[in-house]
Write a new protein. Structure first.
Length: 256
């Protein structure tokens, strides 16, 4: 607990437990900073917006979220592949624009193939995954060499020896999050066990995507708060109920 010493308190701030001697009087903002003219407010708002866009913490939050999701999906696909020998799994993620699919994970597909289909658009005849996302329903392509859904991607698939692809949309409350696909190197139709396994994989992939998005939203929110707090010309800090500071801006640290 903070203790009084000669009009001061020892207050612990941050995860490192750093102690600051803080005057017992309230922290105040210098008059020159507290009285803002209208033009100053506009300048401050612009600075906050610019700081938020340029913040390295925002980039770090985005990178951490993507890495977490990539690792989760990679682990899931490898597990499904062990259950279904000969299958090559893939997860594509639907962009916020609702049209573009991006690579999520595909540990046993050639990287050059994944790069080639990254950024493809969904549509009524866009391979198995693009069509599944467009229709919002499972798409079974038993033979890529003859199926019209693969007209635009047939040569690409042939280059990598891919002969069959079954894709299931990953859904959340009616919204498409992405697709889970099973590739094979020979023409093949799914069994009931294959369909059940695909449904399970799509459900688990959806949970991983939603969890990663929630984590990303939290990280981005925290990073934006820190960027805003450092940009505005006032002292900002937060404290726990016991009075110990758990966050201070550089301006507060300089004042202390």
């Amino acid at each position: 607990m903070p203790r009084e010493q000669s009009g001061q308190q020892d207050i612990t701030a941050g995860s490192e437990g750093a102690a600051f001697h803080v005057p017992s009087r309230p922290l105040t903002t210098p008059a020159s900073e507290s009285r803002q003219e209208p033009d100053d407010v506009a300048i401050i708002a612009s600075a906050i917006s610019r700081a938020a866009r340029m913040s390295p913490e925002l980039a770090d939050a985005e990178h951490a979220s993507q890495a977490m999701l990539r690792d989760s999906l990679d682990t899931l696909i490898r597990l499904i592949e062990r259950v279904s020998p000969g299958m090559r799994g893939s997860v594509l993620l639907l962009d916020e624009d609702g049209v573009t699919l991006h690579h999520g994970a595909a540990p046993r597909l050639p990287r050059s193939y994944c790069d080639a289909i990254d950024g493809a658009s969904i549509g009524p005849a866009a391979g198995s995954c693009g069509t599944a996302a467009y229709r919002r329903e499972r798409v079974i392509v038993r033979d890529i060499a003859t199926d019209p859904l693969w007209d635009d991607y047939r040569d690409l698939a042939s280059t990598y020896g891919l002969a069959a692809c079954w894709s299931t949309p990953i859904m959340d409350r009616g919204n498409v999050l992405g697709t889970f696909a099973m590739y094979y190197t020979e023409p093949r139709a799914p069994t009931e066990a294959d369909i059940s396994l695909t449904d399970t994989a799509a459900m688990l992939a959806g949970n991983a995507i939603k969890r990663a998005r929630a984590e990303r939203a939290l990280r981005v929110s925290e990073a934006r708060f820190r960027s805003m707090a450092e940009a505005i010309p006032v002292q900002v800090w937060t404290a726990r109920p016991d009075g110990h500071l758990d966050y201070i801006t550089q301006k507060v640290a300089d004042y202390l």
